[in-house]
Write a protein that binds this ligand. Structure first.
Ligand SMILES: [Zn+2]
Length: 343
């Protein structure tokens, strides 16, 4: 099996947010942990900047212009949570470009293409709305990657699974009325940004293709793993995507300062192994895209555990996962809404 591919770029360090929890130390911690393990033997590449057209495929062109102009003028606060500096626009172009390059590497058509990869950058992306930066996010990197897979790499359907503890309102909004991207999110509720109730199932032709799985504060490995094993993975198999992308945030970790869930390092590894098994069963590639995660130790350990689990391919042991009552309720809801029986 070809080595998995990992995209990163030094511009991630030049997005200066001051004393904000989403700061360059996150990337430094991740890269130090990976470097200590020889980058797990992955094929490490520098991300290109995303072509403007790729970003404009999911964002208003004026949004891109506004971010660029604001950064050029020296930056500042876009809102209470979202701060940019002169280097932020470049960082954001490469964060989106990492996802485009990841999709190209995974779906480029060559016989020795890797089946697993990762795009590790900041700023994160999943809160960025079509025409509005918010929640530390400027462009929705994973959405740019998914759209590129559909437009340029022959994908007919893409699954985006978001396990960041916050609801990915940006990705949710971008693909809300579409059935060619199935967006599935586990997130703590109530919590910022307040979106993503179970009743939000998409709209128009996209009805049923947005699957929100809110969980209460205090949810740990059992709740998250049960949702992955008994809801997300069966949905993925029923949907038959040509690509699976993971919005991998690590702020559902027990040590994270911004939320109140209790997922452990090994819980993330087990969720990753389940999604890797799912991709293998479908015979499609799996891409990991970094979102949040604000405790540097938890972030770097859990990310390394994720990459080890997906890099181990089909050899990764799969956890035995019981059906949690919350996952059972989600199954019943989805079955009632027309998805094939998920049990
Ligand atoms: Zn988050």
């Amino acid at each position: 099996m070809p080595a998995p591919v990992l995209f990163h770029h030094p511009s991630s360090l030049e997005h200066d947010t001051g004393g904000h929890p989403e700061n360059a130390r996150r990337i430094v911690a991740i890269e130090r942990a990976l470097d200590e393990r020889d980058w797990l033997g992955w094929d490490v590449r520098q991300s290109p900047a995303a072509p403007r057209a790729a970003i404009a495929s999911v964002h208003a062109p004026q949004h891109i212009d506004r971010i660029e102009a604001f950064c050029r003028r020296g930056g500042g606060m876009i809102d209470m949570d979202t701060i940019v500096s002169p280097g932020s626009f470049e960082a954001a172009l490469h964060a989106a470009g990492g996802c485009v390059a990841l999709v190209d590497a995974l779906m480029g058509g060559s016989a020795d293409a890797p089946v697993v990869g990762a795009s590790l950058h900041r700023p994160p992306g999943h809160h960025a709305e079509p025409a509005q930066a918010m929640g530390f996010c400027l462009f929705d990197n994973i959405a740019v990657g998914a759209q590129h897979a559909l437009d340029a790499r022959g994908a007919r359907r893409v699954l985006i699974f978001d396990w960041d503890v916050h609801h990915g309102n940006g990705t949710n909004a971008i693909f809300h009325a579409r059935d060619d991207v199935l967006f599935c999110s586990i997130h703590q509720s109530p919590l910022y940004p307040g979106t993503g109730p179970a009743s939000d199932v998409g709209s128009g032709p996209g009805e049923g293709f947005t699957v929100n799985l809110p969980v209460p504060a205090g949810s740990g490995d059992d709740v998250f793993l049960s949702h992955v094993a008994h809801v997300v993975a069966p949905l993925a198999l029923a949907y038959e995507p040509d690509l699976i992308l993971l919005s991998a945030g690590y702020d559902a970790h027990a040590d994270d300062p911004l939320a109140s869930c209790l997922v452990t390092d090994s819980g993330f590894a087990e969720m990753a192994a389940l999604m890797r098994a799912c991709a293998a069963e479908l015979g499609v590639p799996l891409g990991i895209v970094l979102e949040g995660g604000y405790d540097l130790g938890a972030l770097s350990r859990s990310l390394v555990a994720t990459l080890e689990a997906v890099g181990a391919g089909e050899r990764a042991p799969l956890p035995a996962v019981g059906v949690h009552p919350l996952a059972l309720r989600a199954q019943e809801r989805l079955a009632a809404s027309g998805w094939p029986a998920l049990a």
